[in-house]
Design a protein around this ligand. Structure first.
Ligand SMILES: Nc1ncnc2c1ncn2[C@@H]1O[C@H](COP(=O)(O)OP(=O)(O)OP(=O)(O)O)[C@@H](O)[C@H]1O
Ligand SMILES: [Mg+2]
Length: 333
């Protein structure tokens, strides 16, 4: 192994405070040069305040100078913009024409399933006026950042999250902005957040087919859409709208999820279709996409969401969802 590779391995152990991922995974390593025992390491300063830069610099000097063959070491920082550094494999948008059907829940479960499969995953909460992702993941720390960018907040299982709620002084503060400002915030979440290297960025959309979903579809390189619905007549109609929107914007639908499909009552060993007969097959045909899951109304799941422990969710349904999702994401270009 070359000395440069050894240095790189060491740098991969240095965690960027706040995001809990390494310098290398955050793409903050610019270059490594070694000449006659003198090492020169150039790092990028995007989203890092001077104190954090100093902390990282000290760490780098400490780990690198302990390597054999290194006599001298210099570390420098260059400014850079997150959008020039981020390397995001696929953007998956979770949408529905309707509110309250479980989009945020499905967006969270999608991120969790992909993370459990070993991928680097982020969640961009594009619901600016009704953000619910931080609550489900139990995140109540504030984001940090510098003039050049913002750092996301890392969840317990290492999913990077960005939401307006992580920027507000108080999570109960209301955001009463109009469309253009909301659109600009979503664009900023894409351009100014240091996501680093991610395999998947899951975008939780607000309900409807208006401003915010449009901004996401137009400004983010969405490679696949997941559509969420519940088995009600009204939902079926709005789902068709969402399907039309995705198709008009040329975004492939990678799957549909029927949420609150049924309630299982263990005492009588029966599934009760509370909202009516399943429309999974019908919606899958409409969307020309596979059913990724039919999630029951699960009191345990509701409890975990409320407690901010959604990452602890495990069930046969989750396993099936995870497997179907794994197949679907493989079809992404
Ligand atoms: N299958 C389910 N079992 C139990 N609780 C659920 C289920 N689906 C959703 N919930 C609960 O219902 C609430 C609404 O879900 P969620 O926030 O995901 O909907 P949404 O479609 O994102 O809503 P909005 O349109 O407001 O963004 C959540 O608090 C969640 O805990
Ligand atoms: Mg939501």
């Amino acid at each position: 192994m070359s000395i440069e590779d050894k240095i790189r391995n060491e740098l991969d152990t240095i965690i960027v405070p706040g995001v809990e991922r390494s310098l290398v995974k955050m793409n903050l390593l610019h270059s490594i040069g070694v000449n006659e025992g003198k090492g020169e390491i150039s790092l990028l300063a995007a989203a890092l305040i001077p104190e954090v830069q100093q902390e990282i610099k000290d760490k780098v000097i400490e780990v690198v100078s302990s390597l054999e063959g290194i006599k001298e070491i210099s570390v420098s920082f260059t400014e850079a913009k997150p959008k020039d550094i981020n390397k995001i494999g696929h953007v998956i948008a979770v949408m529905s024409g309707k509110g309250g059907v479980g989009k945020s829940l499905v967006a969270s479960l999608t991120a969790i399933a992909l993370r459990r499969q070993g991928f680097e995953v982020g969640v961009l909460d594009a619901d600016i006026t009704g953000p619910s992702i931080p609550r489900m993941f139990g995140l109540n720390t504030r984001c940090t950042g510098s003039d050049t960018g913002i750092l996301p907040v890392s969840s317990k299982s290492g999913i990077e999250v960005m939401s307006i709620n992580l920027l507000l002084p108080n999570e109960d503060d209301a955001v009463i902005w109009r469309g253009p400002l909301i659109g600009r915030t979503i664009t900023q979440f894409w351009e100014d957040v240091l996501w680093g290297t991610l395999d998947y960025l899951v975008v939780d959309l607000p309900p409807g087919t208006a401003d915010a979903p449009l901004t996401v579809m137009q400004t983010l390189p969405v490679s696949g859409v997941i559509i969420v619905f519940t088995p009600q007549e009204l939902t079926a109609m709005v789902v068709r709208k969402a399907v039309n929107m995705a198709q008009q914007m040329d975004k492939p639908i990678i799957g549909v999820v029927e949420n609150m499909s049924y309630l299982y009552v263990p005492e009588i060993k029966k599934k009760i279709e509370i909202f009516g007969k399943s429309r999974g097959e019908e919606m899958a045909r409409t969307a020309k996409a596979p059913i990724l899951g039919q999630l029951p109304i699960d009191p345990e799941l509701a409890k975990l969401c409320d407690e901010g422990k959604i990452e602890n969710y495990n069930s046969a349904v989750m396993t099936e969802f995870s497997e179907s999702l794994a197949q679907s994401v493989r079809t992404l270009l």
